[in-house]
Design a protein around this ligand. Structure first.
Ligand SMILES: Cc1ncc(COP(=O)(O)O)c(C=O)c1O
Length: 472
């Protein structure tokens, strides 16, 4: 039988006790070296090459920006080399503690920062470390440009939430769902039958303005923007054999309504934009099962800057044409973003999504209630009407929690509602951007808490003026 170093030392040790001691020490040193090198026994504070990156990330997170901003690793540097705070709108100063009293409430953009506090709470589980060599290639090992794990996580989340059918469906990734607008329009309107006129791309007013802007920009022999779907419902017989592609947004941006297609029948295809079909913003009544459905990380986890959206597609040919479009347009979606999205979705999936969706819903619901309360005292302004609905995900009736307020100016003289708001220090998005009457303005409710607080304050003051005038 082979004898180990310890055994031999033990035998020999009868004659040489110092040799036994020496051997024991050597064994102890070797064992401790082995344990230190083994990943199973290494402690977090014993990380090696990643320690510097982790320390850098934590240092950025520690910069105090008074709760009105944050410092980022790629942010500007001050003269002493320290990171500068990115302040929320209406806050300034080195640590964002200075409130700018004359500043307007910026509620124009749909920047979904309402979820930022959730991710700060989940700082440990949501952080990722990108190695210098992370997926440098144009493609993943198997030749595809999509992370198979990300695709599985997306399918799993839809199943958990019950908001979309994914079994037997194809998934296309895009640089945000914005890239997929034209990918889908192209895929549905090509190849055109010979001598056919371009497909008419339409959407029901009020529609998300980017559909029009993008379709106009990429207009071709295949398709062109043709405005309001309702007007074509009436005029359709004047253009027999014309193909239509309709954008259906549900819940709708700007008014939160659960829209359905306006145009039906042959030669009509639809792109269902379900960016807001998540429990933060609406009750989930059934799994959507439309031909082409768009979703985005931007409104699900709030990571608009990561630019990752996806389409769920029924038909293989449409899927292939959309893939070809993304391929020609940008080759693929950033592999860094795919890794980040995977990490974030895995956090979102914890406890079957209950943490993120409860946080999101409670925030959006409380904002809507606060806004509704203010407008209920006004005769000058009105809000869209939304009803409580049974939510299969929460398994109870949930009250409205829309991403935007769609405000109408009721007074005859207030023809330009965005102007009325701007004069009161509220910067919203004018109704005409949505193809609607300028009597409407959209106010974003999903921005950072500072933006919402200021909106609430300014709107309260505007409505109070009305009450004051009524008393004199
Ligand atoms: C209805 C709708 N679809 C798509 C988008 C854009 O999503 P993404 O950030 O994924 O491009 C928005 C953004 O506000 C939106 O409101």
């Amino acid at each position: 039988m082979n004898k180990g170093l310890g055994d031999m030392a033990a035998e020999g040790g009868r004659e040489h006790p110092s040799l036994l001691l020496c051997s024991l020490s050597l064994n102890l040193i070797l064992a401790s070296l082995f344990l230190r090198a083994s990943p199973f026994f290494r402690r977090d504070d014993e990380l090696t090459w990643s320690r510097e990156a982790a320390a850098e990330a934590e240092a950025a997170a520690m910069v105090s920006c008074s709760g009105h901003g944050r410092a980022f690793l790629d942010g500007d540097l001050s003269e002493d080399g320290s990171l500068v705070c990115d302040c929320n709108s209406c806050y300034a100063g080195a640590d964002c503690s200075e409130f700018l009293p004359d500043c307007a409430a910026e509620v124009n953009s749909g920047d979904p920062l309402f979820l930022e506090p959730f991710w700060m709470k989940k700082r440990g589980s949501s952080a990722i470390m990108l190695t210098g060599w992370h997926r440098m290639s144009y493609s993943f090992g198997h030749g595809s440009r999509k992370s198979a794990r990300l695709e599985r996580a997306i399918r799993e989340l839809h199943k958990v939430v019950g908001n979309a059918v994914t079994d037997g469906r194809f998934i296309v990734f895009g640089h945000g769902s914005t890239q997929l607008f034209t990918a889908a329009v192209h895929a549905l309107s090509c190849p055109p039958p010979s001598h056919a006129s371009p497909a008419k791309v339409v959407s029901a007013v009020p529609y998300y303005g980017a559909y029009q802007l993008q379709t106009d920009l990429f207009k071709s022999g295949e398709f062109e923007w043709q405005g309001d779907a309702y007007s074509w419902k009436i005029n359709r017989s004047s253009v027999p054999n014309t193909r239509f592609v309709e954008f259906v947004t549900s819940p709708n941006n700007p008014d939160g309504q659960l829209n359905r297609a306006v145009l039906k029948g042959p030669n009509t295809t639809t792109i269902h934009d379900h960016a807001y079909y998540w429990p933060h913003f609406t009750a989930i009544s059934e799994p959507a099962d439309d031909d082409v459905m768009l979703f985005t990380m931007s409104k699900l986890t709030g990571h608009a800057g990561s630019r990752l959206g996806w389409a769920i597609v029924k038909d293989k040919g449409v899927f292939q044409r959309m893939m070809d479009y993304v391929d020609l347009n940008t080759l693929s979606v950033s592999h860094d973003s795919q890794l980040r999205a995977l990490k974030l979705l895995n956090v979102a999936l914890e406890k079957n999504g209950s943490e993120i969706f409860r946080f999101g819903y409670e925030n959006m619901r409380s904002r809507w209630l606060r806004l509704e309360r203010i407008v209920s005292h006004s005769e000058r302004f009105s809000l869209q009407r939304l009803s409580p609905l049974y939510c299969n995900y929460f398994q109870r009736v949930s009250g409205p929690s829309p991403a935007y307020a769609w405000v109408r100016c009721e007074r005859e003289e207030d023809r330009d509602c965005a102007k009325v708001m701007a004069e009161a220090g509220i910067i919203g998005r004018a109704g005409i951007v949505f193809g609607a009457d300028p009597r409407y303005v959209r106010l974003s409710l999903l921005r950072a808490q500072d933006n919402f607080d200021l909106l609430e304050h300014k709107l309260q003051a505007l409505v109070a003026q009305e009450e004051y005038v009524n008393t004199i």
